[in-house]
Design a protein around this ligand. Sequence first.
Ligand SMILES: Nc1ncnc2c1ncn2[C@@H]1O[C@H](COP(=O)(O)OP(=O)(O)OP(=O)(O)O)[C@@H](O)[C@H]1O
Ligand SMILES: [Mg+2]
Length: 268
Amino acid sequence: MRVVIKLGGDIVKGVFPPNLLSDMKELGATNQLILVHGGGDVVTEIATKLGKEQKFVVSPDGIRSRYTDRETMDIFMMVMCGLIAKKLVEVLRRNGIPAVSLSGLDGGVLKASRKKKLLTVDERGRKVMIDGGYTGKMVSGGGAVVDALLEEGVIPVISPVAVGEDSEPLNVDSDRAAAYMAMGSHADAVLFLTDVNGLKLDGRVVERLSVEEAKKALPEIGFGMQKKILAGIESIEGGVREVIVASGFGERPLGRAMAHEGCTVISS
Ligand SMILES: Nc1ncnc2c1ncn2[C@@H]1O[C@H](COP(=O)(O)OP(=O)(O)OP(=O)(O)O)[C@@H](O)[C@H]1O
Ligand SMILES: [Mg+2]
C-alpha cells in the first residue's frame, strides 16, 4: 500500500511522539509512506522572534489565513523546509528510517496557482479586496522525484510550500497539500494525524462517514478539523480509497488508525 500521512502542527513541534516513530518503522517496512507536515504555529513563533509580526486575514466565510508577503514567505520557507522538515528527517534517520525532505519547488512535487487577489473582511465587517501575496491554491502533487524515492525505500518528507507558474514559492494549506499528494501519487489512503481522536459531532468521535455525510456535516465543524474533512472529501473524489483522521499521540497511533480503531474513517 501507498499511504500519505499528514503530520499536524502539534506532532512536529515538540518531541516527536516515540510511539508514532516505532509504528512508522513497522508500517514503513511493508508499505510506501509519504509524509506531509504542518506547523503554522511554529512559523508564527519564529517570525515574531525575528520581529516580523504575522498578519492574519479573514475571508467572508470566516476562514482565517496568514497574510504572506515575500518576507513572510521567506520565513515560512526557513521554518517549514528548514527547521521542521530537517528535524523530522533527523529524528527518522536516528531511528533507522531513511528520509529526504522536499518542498514543492524541489522537483515540482507540489504545484499551485497563485491567488492574485484575496477577498477579506476588515475589523468593521466590510469586504476588502487585497493583493493575494504568496499564497496558492493547490493544483497537483507527486511526480517522478517522489516515486524514485519510494522505489529506493526512502520516505519523502514534504513541506507545505508549493511552486507557482513563475517558479515562485507559495504558502499552501498542508491538509490540501496532503490531499493532492495522495491523489497525484495514487495513494491508497491518506491519514491525517492530529491532536484529537477524529471528527467529533455532538461531543463524540464519528467512526465512519460517507462523502455525502461528510459534506452535510461541514457547517457544524470547527475550523482546523473542517479543513481536514474538506481535504478528505477532495481526496476521495480524486480517487483515494480511504481517508482517516486520527490522533498522532497515545499507544500505537498508526497501527490503531490503520485498523480503524478510535478514529474517523471516510471511504468511497
Ligand atoms: N468537530 C470537531 N471535531 C474535532 N476537532 C475539531 C472540531 N472542530 C474543531 N476542531 C479542532 O480542530 C483541531 C485540529 O486542527 P488543527 O488545524 O488545529 O491541527 P493540525 O491540522 O493537526 O495542525 P496544523 O494545522 O498545524 O497542521 C483540533 O485540535 C480541534 O480543536
Ligand atoms: Mg490544521
